[in-house]
Design a binder for this molecule. Structure first.
Ligand code: BGC
Length: 249
């Protein structure tokens, strides 16, 4: 078997990928990023992933590939579609990628991949209690991790507050859409994380997504009982987790 492993992170806005050293959790190539095609349709996304793989310098034809995607995924099938085309709902997505790329693919939820990466290489490495990984991007992704185990497909970004799917109010995309200041946005995040605390009593919250690199602008504004820290792997967590899962460890 080849030792090369690639992680691909498909998001509502961009598709990123890199060759990864899954032992150390380090990127072995530049990170390539392409915009998610308008409408987020399955065939167009597959074509973009193929284009992205072509841009990864020195890629072995037989490299193992793990793909993470913003939907609930059970047995390789996408069961939801929040920020991509509704055509994904009920689609045999893993098979679609396997056929297009002529190899076995491991296909997982994006927040689950990010959580696995933080547990293995990052901020959750030494935590034995319940960890809730949250990604603040186009949507809000969540992963539940406990003692090395992942409870897959926790779709807690869609938790309703005041009868509203809170992802539509508190994702980073919502902050941008409504031109919210960090302090206005933090008020919405406060309500969100408070609710998670009340339901789960976690030991640690981790905050990922591109905006986590500016965590000093909003995390100190949150008043929570649970420690809340930025993702150590920043925006590479999805790539790293997808790659780690592709080789089954
Ligand atoms: C989706 C999740 C995904 C999250 C982050 C949500 O809208 O429902 O599956 O993990 O966005 O991309």
């Amino acid at each position: 078997m080849t030792s090369q492993v690639v992680g691909i992170d498909i998001g509502g806005t961009g598709i990123k990928g890199a060759i990864v050293d899954v032992k150390s959790g380090v990127l072995l190539s530049d990170r390539v990023k392409l915009p998610t095609p308008e409408g987020g349709e399955p065939e167009a996304i597959v074509a973009t992933v193929i284009e992205l793989l072509g841009k990864l310098g020195g890629l072995d034809k037989k490299a193992s590939i793990g793909v993470c995607f913003p939907a609930a995924i059970v047995d390789g099938k996408t069961l939801s579609a929040a920020n991509v085309s509704k055509k994904w709902i009920g689609l045999e997505a893993e098979k679609l990628f396997e056929n297009a790329l002529s190899r076995d693919i491991h296909f997982v939820n994006d927040a689950d991949a990010a959580g696995i990466a933080e547990q293995r290489y990052g901020a959750a490495k030494d935590e034995q209690g319940l960890v809730i990984m949250t990604t603040l991007g186009t949507g809000i992704g969540t992963a539940l991790l406990h003692r090395g185990h992942l409870i897959p497909n926790a779709e807690l970004g869609h938790l309703e507050i005041d009868g509203v799917d809170w992802e539509s109010k508190a994702s980073f995309a919502a902050k941008e859409r409504e031109s919210l200041s960090f302090s206005d946005w933090a008020e919405r995040l406060q309500r969100y994380y408070e609710r998670l605390e009340a339901y789960f009593y976690p030991k640690l919250f981790i905050v990922g997504g591109g905006v986590s690199k500016h965590s000093e602008k909003f995390l100190p504004l949150l008043k929570l009982t649970t420690p809340i820290v930025p993702a150590e792997l920043r925006n590479n967590a999805g790539i790293l987790g997808a790659a780690a899962l592709a080789v089954g460890d």
